[in-house]
Design a protein around this ligand. Structure first.
Ligand SMILES: Cc1cc2nc3c(=O)[nH]c(=O)nc-3n(C[C@H](O)[C@H](O)[C@H](O)COP(=O)(O)OP(=O)(O)OC[C@H]3O[C@@H](n4cnc5c(N)ncnc54)[C@H](O)[C@@H]3O)c2cc1C
Length: 386
């Protein structure tokens, strides 16, 4: 029978970060269970890789204030490329309500110590990206340390160093049962045999509710399809551009390779595990794209290169981090609602802190992300969901 001090269910970017942070803090006997034959087949390998500190709630801003500087040092600390490119995020406002929202966020971000964010006039935006249609722009905000990473490379970097530090990774190991006794979690059933442990971390992404159920916990995390459209090579828009977010439509895009990666969150999408890409989506997105970036009328798209993956939505679109009252030893790192790549460094540190010391300093008050908030009706409110 295999015995581990900590078992992490899920070998995506979140499970890998937790494994690295735990072993870096001295906890060596860690087992990661991944049901697929290789890592990255969940949401991590499908992500757009955007990282930003431009959030509206203090806790999301603080998760980014740990994570983005971490990405800036990642290559040096982990001796592995993160692909961090600080090309910024540019939010475009076309209504007074957008401006008020960006200004309030800016004040909150500054107060928490983010130095690289600025509010822009519409003329500043015209100078920055003259290719944008700007007749309706009222202003915007830009943060130069926001940008993109390579999620797959970050995940493999975390896991490579974690295994050198003592972590065991079992691939093709699906967790099918979790046992609980009077002292809390006591072990797991897996497709590769039973495991004994007193600490389990649920890092199962969009499948987290199934895993929680095995421990008798009703976790409100639901899968939601997101589709991405890469363009063919295109040189009539700068490849040094930031992630551009049009608040009027929700359309956003960033440079990717020699082309651009286009995204739009279809409000008609409903909860499901469907990850089929629908070709009709291309036309919907191209309408928004050409409306804001007239030269994108000439973008070429190969439908075969487009893909879909799953967001892991929580009821208030914030992560659910920490222990579960009533099930000692069962920890959650779930519900990132589309921000799990950018917040994986902070999540790894927080989970390691909570498991080893019972507290963390990464954010002022980690209890706001606790599972208990749903029972108490203390939900958070974040309006910028991308
Ligand atoms: C199209 C798209 C764009 C995105 N863009 C961004 C972005 O720009 N920025 C950002 O920060 N985030 C983005 N995200 C979200 C981000 O990809 C996720 O939040 C993140 O990858 C979650 O990581 P994870 O490790 O929790 O989950 P995953 O990568 O899904 O890993 C979970 C793992 O658990 C395994 N698993 C599940 N059940 C079991 C079981 N019973 N036993 C064993 N293993 C199990 C799965 O096989 C999987 O490998 C995007 C997501 C999508 C789909």
């Amino acid at each position: 029978m295999h015995t581990a001090d900590v078992v992490i269910i899920g070998g995506g970017i979140v499970g890998s970060s937790i494994a690295w942070h735990l072993t870096s803090a001295g906890c060596k006997n860690v087992l990661v269970l991944e049901r697929e034959s290789s890592q990255g087949k969940g949401s991590t390998g499908k992500s757009m890789g955007g990282v930003r500190a431009q959030f509206s709630t203090p806790v999301n801003i603080q998760l980014s204030l740990y994570s983005i500087p971490f990405y800036a040092r990642f290559d040096e600390v982990l001796d592995h490329p993160s692909g961090y490119r600080p090309q910024g995020y540019l939010f475009l406002a076309t209504q007074d309500s957008h401006l008020a929202y960006l200004r309030a966020n800016f004040d909150r971000q500054k107060a928490l110590g983010l130095q690289t964010v600025e509010l822009l006039q519409s003329d500043d935006i015209r100078k920055m990206l003259p290719q944008l249609r700007s007749d309706d722009l009222l202003g915007g905000s830009f943060c130069s340390t926001d940008g993109f990473v390579d999620p797959y490379s970050v995940m493999t970097g975390f896991m490579a160093r974690a295994t050198e530090q003592g972590v065991t990774l079992w691939r093709s190991a699906e967790v099918t049962g979790i046992s609980v006794d009077q002292n809390g979690v006591s072990g797991l059933e897996t497709s590769r045999g039973p495991v004994t442990t007193r600490v389990i971390v649920n890092a199962a992404g969009a499948w987290a509710a199934h895993v929680a159920k095995l421990a008798g916990v009703n976790l409100p995390v639901e899968p939601l399809r997101r589709m991405l459209i890469p363009s063919e090579p295109f040189d009539d828009f700068p490849h040094s551009a930031p992630m551009v977010v049009d608040l009027s439509s929700g359309f956003h895009f960033r440079p990717e390779g020699r082309g651009f990666l286009l995204a739009w969150n279809d409000p008609e999408e409903t909860t499901s595990f469907n990850t089929n890409f629908e070709n009709s989506f291309i036309e919907k997105v191209l309408l928004h794209a050409a409306d804001r970036v007239p030269v994108f009328d000439n973008l070429a798209i190969n439908p075969k290169r487009c893909w879909a993956g799953l967001y892991e939505m929580s009821p208030d679109h914030h992560a659910i981090l920490g222990s579960v009252p009533g099930v000692p030893g069962f920890f959650l790192a779930n519900g990132f609602s589309g921000h799990g790549v950018m917040h994986s460094p902070a999540t790894g540190k927080i989970l390691a802190d909570l498991i080893l010391y019972g507290k963390t300093k990464v954010v002022d008050d980690i209890s706001v992300l606790g599972f208990e908030r749903f029972g108490k009706g203390e939900l958070l409110h974040e309006t910028a969901i991308l």
